[in-house]
Design a protein around this ligand. Sequence first.
Ligand SMILES: Nc1nc2c(ncn2[C@@H]2O[C@H](COP(=O)(O)OP(=O)(O)OP(=O)(O)O)[C@@H](O)[C@H]2O)c(=O)[nH]1
Ligand SMILES: [Mg+2]
Length: 491
Amino acid sequence: MTDKTNSSNSLAAPEIALLGHPNEGKSSVLSTLAEDDSVRVSAIPGETTQCRTFPVVIDGRELLRFTDTPGFQNPLRVVAEMRKIAAVSSDAVRDFRAQFKDVPELRDDIELLLPVERGAGIIYVVDGSRPVRNVDRAEMEILRLTGRPRMAIINCKNDDFSQLDNWKNEFRKNFNSNRVFNAHRATYAERILLFEALKSIDQDWQPTLDGVVRAFRRDWEARTEATVDILLELLTECLNYSVSAGLGEKTEDQNLAQQKLLHKYRSSIASKERKAHEQIRALFKHNIFNYQLPPHSILNEDLFSEKTWHLLGMSKKQVAIAGAVGGAVVGAKLDILAAGLSFGVFTGLGSAAGAIGALAGGKKLSKIKNVLGLNLGGEQLKIGPATNISLMLILINRALLFYQHTINWAHGRRDYQSPQQSRDLAVPETAGSEGFTTAWPAENVRVCKAWFSAVTGEKNNIAEHGLKLSQILKSEMMRISNSDSDNHAIK
Ligand SMILES: Nc1nc2c(ncn2[C@@H]2O[C@H](COP(=O)(O)OP(=O)(O)OP(=O)(O)O)[C@@H](O)[C@H]2O)c(=O)[nH]1
Ligand SMILES: [Mg+2]
C-alpha cells in the first residue's frame, strides 16, 4: 500500500458523515458500523454537538472514517438559503458555511456540514417508525443540494414499519441508495451488506470499498480463528485440570472434604471459562459497555447446573442419574454402576465413592473400593482430569452461544431499556434447547474424541487432531456469523 502521505486524495481513507435530525440514531448507527462502543449515545436530543471522526482501522491501516455530526436544527431556513446559494454557486456547502458561520442559531447546521464541505460522503439516518414530515423533506433537499454521494438509512427505533414505503418514496427522489439498517440489531452479515450497498453511491468509491469489504471479511475470519484458539486453550486446561486433598477419618470430614474439593474444581473451571469469554468479548471490540445476556439465556445458568448439562450436552437419562446422586456429583465416574453410562468428567475417586455411596445406600468405603476395583489410597481425594468428552461438549456449546451473542450484539446498543424490550431484543439462541454439537455429524464427534484422547492421554498427534477440531469449530462459527436471524432484520 502506498504511503498515505504521498498518495493522491483518492487513496486516502474515504470519509462518510452521518447526518440527520436530532435523536434519530446517527451516533448509534455509527457506533454499530464502526464497532466502536465509545461513541456517545443518549436518549436526550442534542447529545452530539460537535463533529467527531472515528477511523476504522484494520491491521494498522485506516480503511474508512466515519464522522458523527449534530442534528439539523433549522432545516427549513437552511434549505431556503441553500437554494438561493446553489442557484449561483458551484459549491453551495462552502458558500453557505462561509456566509452563515457567525449566526448563533445556525451553529449546529454549520457544524454538521463541515465534513460535507471537506468532501465526505453522506449517510442520512432517519427513524423510519415515524411519519415523514416537512422538516425531513427540507433536510433531504439540503443533502441533494450538496451534490455529495449519499445514501439513506432507515433505522426503525420502534417495531412500527407502517411508514417504510413513504420513506422509501421520499428517498428515491434524493438519494442514490437506501437501506433498512437497525442500529441495535444489525449483525455482522448486515454490516457487510451495508458496505456493499455504499459502493453503489459513487463509482469512484467502488475500488476502495471493495477493498474495505474484503478487509472486513478477512479480519472477521481472523477474529474467529483467534476465538477458536482461545476455546482450544480453555478446553486443554479444563480437561486436564484436577484437584486433590486429604480425606479425613470420619464420614462427616470426608463429606466436607469432598464438598470443598468439588467446589474448588467447579469454581476453577468456571473462572477459566469466564476469562476465555472475556477474551472473546474483547476480540469483538466490546470494550466499554457490559452488554447483558438475554434473561432466558442458558449462559446465565451455572456451568455445572443440571439444566446446563441437560440442555447442552447430556441425555435426559444421564442427567436423571446424575440428579439422583445429587447435583454435586454430576460427572462422577458412574459407568461401573450405571449400566455403562459414562459421566467421567471427574475421575474423582472421592466423588465416585460419594456417588456410589448415594446409589448403593451408603456401603462402606472398603466395599466401594472393591466395586470400583480402584485404589482409593485411603486418604486421598482427587477430582479430575476429565475422562470423557461431556465437559468438552458443554464448554464448546457454551462458547458457541457466547460467540453468537457477542457478534450479534450491536455496538450502538447500550442497555436494555425495559424488561419487555429486553425480551424483544434478546439475541436469539439458535442452538435451541439442545446445543450446537447435538446437530453435528458423527465424524465431528469422532474428531472431538480423538483430540480429547490426544490432549488428555497419550499426548500424541495433538497438533494434527487440533487442526481438525479447529476447522470444525471455525466453520461452525462462520455459519453462525453468516446466518441471518429473523429477529435482526426487516427485509
Ligand atoms: N430501540 C432503539 N433505540 C434506538 C435505536 N437507535 C437509536 N436508539 C436510541 O435513540 C436515542 C438517540 O440515539 P442517538 O444515536 O444518540 O441519536 P443521534 O441521532 O445521534 O442524536 P443527537 O446526537 O442528539 O442528534 C438513544 O436513546 C438510542 O439508544 C434503535 O435502533 N432502536
Ligand atoms: Mg448523536
